[in-house]
Write a protein that binds this ligand. Sequence first.
Ligand code: PEP
Ligand code: MN
Length: 337
Amino acid sequence: MIIVLKSNVTEIQIDEFSRYFTAHNVRVNKWVGDHSTVLGLLGDTGNIDIDYIQQQEIVERVQRVSKPYKKGSREFHPTDTVIDLGNGCRIGGGAFGVIAGPCSVESEEQIVQLAKDVKASGATFLRGGAFKPRTSPYAFQGLRASGIELLHQARQVSGLPIVTEIMSAAHLVMFEDVDVIQVGARNMQNFELLKELGKIDKPILLKRGLSSTIEEWLMSAEYIMAGGNEKVILCERGIRTFETMTRNTLDLAAIPLLKELTHLPVVVDPSHATGKSSLVPPLCMAAMAAGADGLIVEVHNDPPHAMSDGAQSLTPSQFADVMKQLRTIAPVFGKEL
Ligand code: PEP
Ligand code: MN
């Protein structure tokens, strides 16, 4: 962290100010220039409140030089993190993972059939919401614990690892036999939940918050990693903008930017990003072209009658076409699928 002081500060003020940092185990280097004095802080500045520093009367401006996220940063871990669940189910490091399935688990027949269908088209993971974060309390809330049981059955039949959303740390016992736990956009900053997920040894699919910056998102990943769980997958699922024609705005630039900033795998959810099934196939291609490590796509056997998100769901045959197109372009972008 670098602090530029105002031109009229006295040595006494600087000494007093410096004591604040030494009390936080941070060393202070001082450069006295012709027009201003600059302090360079050395050591772990993670506990220094930058807003508090900025407010001090003797401070002109403050700048962080190192990133506030450490474990997630590429500087500290240059090689790509690969999430490997065995049997070829991998995301990252060139492996393009495709997570497909319905928004909500609705019945045994539905989830088992969809698991077989998406597996036949080449999906590598099965998704299905059991606990659903719905805007309205009167909307379908998911089958909850029995939804997870049905996902187990679908895994048994298809061999696909299962991905499903958690909404409360109190539900963790029900997720013991889930392969990848999803944290939805609405819980990206549920820090107590993130801390609990940091204590377990399971991949976490961390969706970007509805209006979260990339740095806030990486800091949420840091919560999980700081607790000891380094298996985090980031999921870009669109952000809120002024646009109303699409459900959200897919931030494609976030993908190559994240690949620079972090070693964590990045997957894209074109379903929630757009809300429209016709827009999903082209954005699947765009995500791969932009460097994503995978996709999470909603697929439903009967979209008009889906209990949630039918309008953005592909049919199994539309999904099969997307997989074919992705396989055609994968070699161009150095991806295995
Ligand atoms: C979901 O994946 O079903 C979901 C609710 O997504 P998001 O948290 O991105 O809205
Ligand atoms: Mn959905």
